[in-house]
Design a protein around this ligand. Structure first.
Ligand code: GLN
Ligand code: ZN
Length: 764
């Protein structure tokens, strides 16, 4: 019999219980035992749901109160010295301090989990790191499920990926150097799990889907040789996901493990090779159901590779599951009020995907019985292909008719710069902000009242106009040169546009975990994208009417809108992105027509879209930058295009940043002490740059001197006439009583340096 497996289930709960109870605990509203009880409920609910769905190998240990990489670090006793406790144990206080920071102790760094929107905490390892089994969470949760009568498959983040994802406290060693010291801890856990009754263990080694060195290959060999002997009788299922094994295939297939999992949504082409190399005993687990997207599977098509594998290996040696953990998709489609209507009927969330997995398993056992289920799936897909709005001929024609000229500004930057200076008349080192101002209680309350229907639309509009008036008044008083309207009307920079563009839908409950208690609700792109009406023009024109200073029009760029949505799987991403670019282009042109002289198109997610496979990156950067240019290049030379990016490493994408050809790019730089700017200097970045001088993540109000010092550092790297002055990012998470003094000082710092620069140049 083919077994149905799952690699992981969302931890957030169907109603975002994780968030609710974590935040209640952090704010002292509930105590630790109550919080832990609630978490147990989430786990229990998930296990029972998977049992009822018919999953044979249900995961345990996939739950985490905050993050599974942090859990692994804590399990192995990798507690950085700044969190050390006298007793050496890790209680909840230490755990959450590592996750969120504590008094005077900064949290672990957080970074993106491969190419997903999930963020993990980066373990910090010391050169003399001692590992010791510090918690037995995997065993506890295995036993917890056992009490419910469920024999789970515990999930561990494998030792090699754990080390590869960690960071060395200094550059004198590589985390992989610590492998020998780490393995005994894993050995102990495996032994305890076996003694508790576990039969299979899922060892997640997602790093197998990224390029690895020979040293890493050796580490894999060494690790699994050791672990295969650590707990005889226990079967290890080595799981890779998010991409093909590529150059790691031979390494992976030769490891002494009982099974291997392949992401069939991204590596299906490797199946024949894997079958031919897998040897006489290993089990092959096929990740056929997409764990990264919300579309129903074409089950009939998925049966083909499954049958191929079964024919080659026999039913005993084949498992079927999702491509990766299901934590990257929302929990349950039936939480959507419109679940019975199109386009929701074309979708499958985590819960529905379990049924798809089981349907595939059953299809092998009794093909006849499967016909009905398959027919339903095919009917949904056929309906999707036929439905209005999915293919819009006008959009297709327009996208096909895009010319290279549409992706070029009329003149080169040096010419535009002169025209813009005439148009804008800005001082040296102009000051501005990134777009959003504090989202206060008042703003949230108004939005809630409007959504609940207790505030009429006109009042809601009037409310935002008042917010804009206040914002303009404050900015003028501070003396900023280029103003923003403050974005009080936006909950989220992508959802705001998703709500207004055709081809998008927003869900009521489609939450996925971003990190810890934070969830995001990505819009769904189901059809061709078009802009039915202007989206921001009224607001921007209104804001501009209140001031003679330039008011920036604020848009989110096509790449970011796509990157932070669930994207249709029946059209290449580059095509989807091009459609969004054309819609944004219309908005850009309308803003210009309405008298907006500076338009900022944010692309904070440009870097994130970079494919994991190195050989695909160039192509991605080509079409991504083209889409940005398509969105902005229709404007006159005298209209200034800004873009904004934050919290990413620019070093390897500088040519792409330059290819955007934005007149001004603002970046985060204060937080990293201007380190990021080095990339701009080395590259001799030709256009204007605004390196952030105010770390917006901190409640601290920086001094004039501190900001002036950062500016001077920047002025050493970037020629003075290319420099702008701004914070690191938007200010929506800050309070007005922090923002006003901080921006006042920022403007003071800029004025001070302008004067100094004047004095210096008079001396010459
Ligand atoms: N304009 C957005 C803001 O100010 C940019 C946010 C971002 O970079 N993520 O909030
Ligand atoms: Zn930002």
């Amino acid at each position: 019999m083919v077994l149905a497996t799952n690699l992981g289930f969302p931890r957030i709960g169907g109603q975002r219980e994780l968030k609710k109870h974590l935040e209640a605990f952090w704010s002292g509203q509930i105590n630790d035992s109550r919080m832990l009880e609630e978490m147990e409920k989430i786990r229990r609910g998930n296990w029972l749901l998977q049992l009822q769905a018919g999953i044979d190998q249900i995961p345990s240990g996939d739950f985490s109160p905050y993050d599974h990489v942090l859990d692994t670090a804590v399990m192995a006793g990798a507690i950085p010295p700044r969190f050390a406790t006298p007793s050496g144990t890790v209680d909840l206080t230490t755990y959450f301090a590592m996750a969120r920071g504590g008094p005077e102790v900064p949290a672990l760094e957080m970074t993106k989990w491969f190419d997903t929107n999930y963020h993990y905490l980066v373990p910090e390892l010391q050169e003399d790191q001692i590992f010791a089994l510090c918690t037995i969470k995997p065993v506890r949760e295995f036993l917890e499920a056992r009490e419910l009568g469920i024999l789970t498959r515990p999930v561990l983040l494998g030792p090699v990926s754990f080390l590869l994802l960690s960071k060395a406290a200094n550059s004198t060693f590589h985390p992989l150097d610590l492998l020998e010291r780490l393995l005994p801890v894993y050995g102990q856990v495996l032994m305890k799990l076996r003694d508790a009754g576990a039969q299979w263990i899922q060892m997640d080694e997602p790093c197998l889907a990224t390029e690895q060195s020979a040293a890493a290959h050796q580490a894999f060999q060494r690790a699994y040789q050791t672990l295969s002997l650590a707990a005889p009788g226990l079967k290890l299922m080595l799981t890779s996901y998010f991409g093909p094994l590529a150059d790691n295939l031979d390494c992976a297939v030769n490891l002494p493990v009982a099974g291997l999992h392949l992401d069939m949504t991204r590596a299906a082409h490797e199946l024949p090779e894997l079958i031919s190399k897998i040897g006489p005993a290993k089990v092959l687990s096929l990740g056929l159901i997409d764990g990264r997207n919300i579309w129903r599977a074409d089950l009939a098509a998925k049966v083909e590779p499954l049958t191929l594998a079964v024919r080659a290996l026999g039913t005993q040696r084949v498992m079927v599951g999702p491509s990766c953990s299901l934590k990257h998709v929302p929990v349950d489609l039936y939480m959507e009020p419109r679940a019975a209507d199109e386009p929701f009927t074309w979708m499958a969330f985590a819960h529905q995907k379990l049924h798809e997995i089981v349907a595939l398993k059953n299809a092998v056992d009794s093909p006849k019985a499967a016909t009905a289920v398959f027919a339903t799936a095919s009917a949904a897909l056929a309906a999707r292909n036929m439905a209005g709005g999915v293919v819009n001929p006008a959009v297709r024609q327009r996208a096909a008719a895009v010319t290279p000229a549409m992706m070029e500004r009329h003149s080169r930057f040096s010419v535009r710069k002169v025209a813009q200076q005439e148009n804008l008349n800005l001082p040296l080192w102009p000051t501005t902000t990134i777009g959003s101002f504090p989202q206060t209680q008042e703003v949230r309350r108004a939005r809630m009242a409007w959504r609940a229907g207790t505030m009429p639309l006109e009042d809601y509009h009037a409310f935002h106009q008042k917010q804009i008036q206040d914002a303009v008044e404050i900015q003028e008083a501070i003396g900023l040169d280029v103003l923003v309207h403050g974005e009080s009307e936006r909950t989220d920079m992508v959802e705001f546009f998703g709500e207004q563009l055709a081809g998008f839908l927003t869900t009521a409950n489609g939450w996925v975990q971003s990190y810890g208690s934070r969830c995001v609700k990505p819009p769904v792109i189901f059809g061709d994208v078009q802009r039915p009406a202007a989206m921001t023009v009224d607001i921007s024109a209104y804001a501009q009417s209140l001031t003679t200073r330039p008011m920036k029009g604020m848009l989110t760029g096509p790449v970011t809108i796509m990157q932070w949505s669930f994207v249709r799987d029946d059209l290449p991403r580059r095509e989807v992105c091009r459609q969004i670019a054309l819609a944004i282009r219309d908005e850009v042109m309308d803003l210009e027509k309405a008298g907006i002289r500076i338009i900022q198109v944010d692309e904070p997610a440009l870097r994130e879209g970079l494919p994991l496979a190195a050989d695909q990156r160039k192509e991605y950067l080509n079409w991504a930058t083209e889409c940005f240019r398509l969105a902005v290049c229709g404007v006159a030379d005298s209209t200034q295009i800004h873009t904004h990016m934050c919290y990413c490493d620019f070093n390897d994408i500088m040519p792409a940043i330059a290819a955007l050809d934005a007149d001004v790019i603002s970046i985060e730089a204060a937080r990293s002490g201007m380190a990021l700017l080095a990339a701009f200097r080395e590259f001799r970045y030709p256009n204007d740059v605004g390196p952030g001088v105010y770390d917006i993540h901190s409640p601290e109000i920086p001094t004039v001197d501190a900001m002036a010092a950062l500016l001077q550092m920047a002025a050493r790297v970037v020629p003075a006439d290319q420099l702008w002055v701004n914070p690191d990012c938007g200010l929506k998470t800050r309070q007005w009583d922090q923002v006003i003094p901080a921006l006042t000082r920022m403007v003071k710092a800029a004025v001070m340096l302008r004067q100094k620069n004047n004095a210096d140049s008079q001396l010459v």
